[in-house]
Design a binder for this molecule. Structure first.
Ligand code: UD1
Ligand code: UDP
Length: 382
């Protein structure tokens, strides 16, 4: 049997976390040869994920620059992939989600007439400037892809409404597969500052904030609100692993640096991050991934954005869309801290995003597409 050569292309932290379990699943299939091409859009944060999941890239474009622009990420990826695709000649390229690596990877594959599989397909806000540039990236990949792996039914319905070409599968999100190995009882943090936290008697809030559309005033308002909460409640502490983006670090340092009960720390590796979330009181974030992980851990989430492409956990009651205005953030954080009934209603484990078998469904779908399997995989249903 001729093996199907599947090349996964990824470059940022969230893509790596969500592609790692899939790359491992593909490598276990007899009829598949699994290759990884890293763009290196994130250097340290990508390498950290690869180390935790014990993976190595077969190719590494190493494109990251200090103040990288969207144009530089996109062009360096497309140019870098030229020789990789000519040498490796894969049968299928897999890209994930909505980053500039995702879009440029898919476009490079198209230029070489190689079919594309899009993992985490069909998430939409229908506002091209929020999240920016991610909404446009994932929409454009929707037009390129031959295989669309949608985490949820709602994601698949978005694609059907847009009448995209190709096959749509509902698989669940691979991040839930990744969490099966990272969250552990009796976990010890590498950072003593985290081991020293009193998770029993203090209310620890896990905070992350990095989105480009939040740069400037929204991010300043978010941080001013966080500072107000920390100064108001003596039993509340924030842990904020600050993204390596210079724009984010400058703003975080200015508004939150040196404030009592706010721990500004370096990015955590994914194992540390998942275990921090598993132990925290609740989460405040503008991250996409955290909106999927925290509900699975039964942790309430306040989303620091104007919109979200992940409505499922809002419908389930664990996630609230707060926006980016100072007064709204303060009001809703206080409500969650002061009203036990509000907290209890949100703090229930729900899993609208997956059952831990997304990678198996995606591998089955690839085998079906290439004629190695007669049946399409059954859809994920929560
Ligand atoms: C990118 C993605 C965003 C995703 C986020 C996840 C795009 C356009 N944006 O964000 O969708 O949510 O990653 O974290 O693709 N840096 C380092 N080391 C690292 C990573 C980043 O030094 O390991 C610094 C570099 O100076 C880099 C900067 O951070 O220039 C920004 O990185 P970039 O990939 O452009 O981040 P975002 O666009 O903010
Ligand atoms: N994450 C991590 N360390 C951190 C912060 C986040 O490992 O210090 C993980 C988080 O658990 C999630 C992913 O990174 O799996 C989310 O990435 P990010 O928020 O950077 O991007 P987004 O999901 O918004 O695209």
């Amino acid at each position: 049997m001729k093996k199907i050569k599947v090349m996964s292309v990824f470059g940022t932290r969230p893509e790596a976390i969500k592609m790692a379990p899939l790359v491992k699943t593909l490598a276990r299939r007899e009829g598949i040869e699994s290759l990884c091409c890293l763009t290196g859009q994130h250097r340290q944060m990508l390498d950290s994920v690869m180390e935790i999941f014990r993976l190595k890239g077969d190719y590494d474009l190493n494109i990251m620059q200090k103040q990288q622009t969207l144009s530089s990420i996109t062009t360096r990826t497309i140019l870098g992939m030229e020789s990789v695709l000519e040498e490796a000649k894969p049968d299928l390229i897999l890209v994930h989600g909505d980053t500039s690596t995702t879009f440029a990877g898919a476009l490079a594959a198209f230029y070489h007439k190689i079919p594309v599989g899009h993992v985490e397909a069909g998430l939409r806000t229908y506002d091209v400037y929020s999240p920016f540039p991610e909404e446009m990236n994932r929409t454009l990949v929707g037009d390129i892809a031959a295989l669309h792996f949608s985490p949820t039914l709602a994601n698949a319905e978005n694609l059907r409404k847009e009448a995209v070409k190709g096959e749509i599968f509902i698989t669940g999100n691979t991040v839930i597969d990744a969490m099966a190995t990272t969250v552990q009882p009796n976990f010890r943090f590498a950072l003593e500052e985290l081991n020293a936290l009193d998770f029993e008697n203090k209310r620890i809030i896990a905070l992350t904030c990095h989105r480009r559309e939040n740069y400037g005033k929204p991010m300043e308002d978010i941080f001013r609100a966080v500072r107000h909460i920390a100064e108001t409640y003596e039993d509340v502490e924030f842990v904020y692993p600050v993204h390596l983006s210079p724009a984010v670090r400058e703003c975080a340092g200015k508004y939150l640096g040196g404030v009592e009960r706010i721990h500004l720390i370096e990015p955590l590796d994914v194992e540390q991050m998942h275990n921090l979330m598993a132990r925290c009181h609740f989460v405040m974030t503008d991250s996409g991934g955290l909106q999927e992980e925290a509900p699975a851990l039964g942790k309430p989430v306040l989303v620091l954005r104007r919109e979200t492409e992940r409505p499922e956990a809002i419908a389930a009651g664990t996630v609230k869309l707060v926006g980016v205005e100072y007064a709204d953030i303060v009001r809703l954080a206080k409500e969650l801290l002061d009203e036990p009934a509000v907290f209890d209603a949100m703090a229930k484990a729900v899993n609208p995003y997956g059952d831990g078998h997304a990678c198996e469904r995606i591998a089955d779908a690839i085998e079906w597409y290439f004629g190695q399997r007669s049946e399409k995989p059954a859809d994920f249903r929560p």
